[in-house]
Design a protein around this ligand. Structure first.
Ligand code: ZN
Length: 240
């Protein structure tokens, strides 16, 4: 182990820290840009729209069903009227019966038409509410679209930085002595991504705690071929 190994170890650590920061920044892009909040708003609006559309669909189905019943009545009364015209020789009683049935059918049609009108009128406020919802959603959709483009752009910039940093990291790590690399990886996994720290003055850059003067002297006096660790956090400590 040489001085150079520890200098390289710090380079690897700095690149690992950078990679972690970049990955975190990438993950937080949508939230930082306000995109997550706007997407939630759009989702809430879509929920309201779905409810209204369901109510509207029920009324539209009712209307359609009533229209079908009215069409059946029209057909039946049309058929009877045709028979009445054709059957001039029929008895008065038969004609009266047919006339009575047509009147009855007309009455029933009137009732169904009233019901249909109610179903149609009830759809009007729903259509108005749907229109208002669409008007509220439109600017949010525009903003979401613009922000998504921005986020995608920023992501690809970060991805480029990540690619560069990862390649540099791999190249530097490959030149570390295997034992040092293994020890570093073990510590890094255990200690939130930081396995090696600088000793800056009396302070460990890993745990940010001050070391005693005696401890600092001991570390600085250690030959550069030996690994020293921070008493407080256990990280590999590299005097700078
Ligand atoms: Zn420490």
């Amino acid at each position: 182990m040489t001085d150079e190994s520890f200098t390289r170890l710090l380079v690897v650590q700095d690149l690992d820290t950078l990679i972690t920061q970049l990955a975190h920044r990438r993950e937080m892009l949508a939230e930082r840009a306000g995109l997550t909040a706007l997407e939630a708003e759009l989702e809430a609006l879509a929920g309201e729209r779905a409810k209204l559309e369901e109510q509207r669909a029920v009324l539209a189905a009712t209307q359609k069903e009533l229209e079908a019943q009215i069409a059946t009545i029209n057909e039946r009364s049309g058929g009877i009227e045709k028979r009445m015209y054709a059957a001039r020789g029929s008895s008065t009683r038969d004609l009266q019966a047919m006339d009575e049935e047509v009147r009855h059918l007309n009455q029933r049609r009137g009732e169904l038409e009233d019901e249909e009108l109610v179903a149609m009128v009830d759809q009007e406020p729903i259509d108005a509410a749907l229109g208002a919802l669409a008007a509220r959603a439109a600017p949010v959709e525009d903003k979401v679209k613009a922000l998504r483009d921005e986020v995608v752009q920023s992501q690809s910039e970060i991805d480029a930085e990540l690619t560069t940093a990862s390649a540099a990291r791999a190249a530097e790590a490959a030149r570390l002595p295997a034992a040092l690399a293994d020890r570093y990886e073990g510590l890094r996994t255990r200690l939130k991504g930081t396995g090696a720290a600088r000793l800056i003055g009396h302070r460990c850059d890993g745990c940010h705690l001050e070391l005693s003067s005696a401890e600092v002297e001991r570390i600085r006096a250690t030959t550069p071929d030996r690994v020293v660790t921070c008493d407080q956090c256990g990280r590999i400590l590299v005097p700078t």
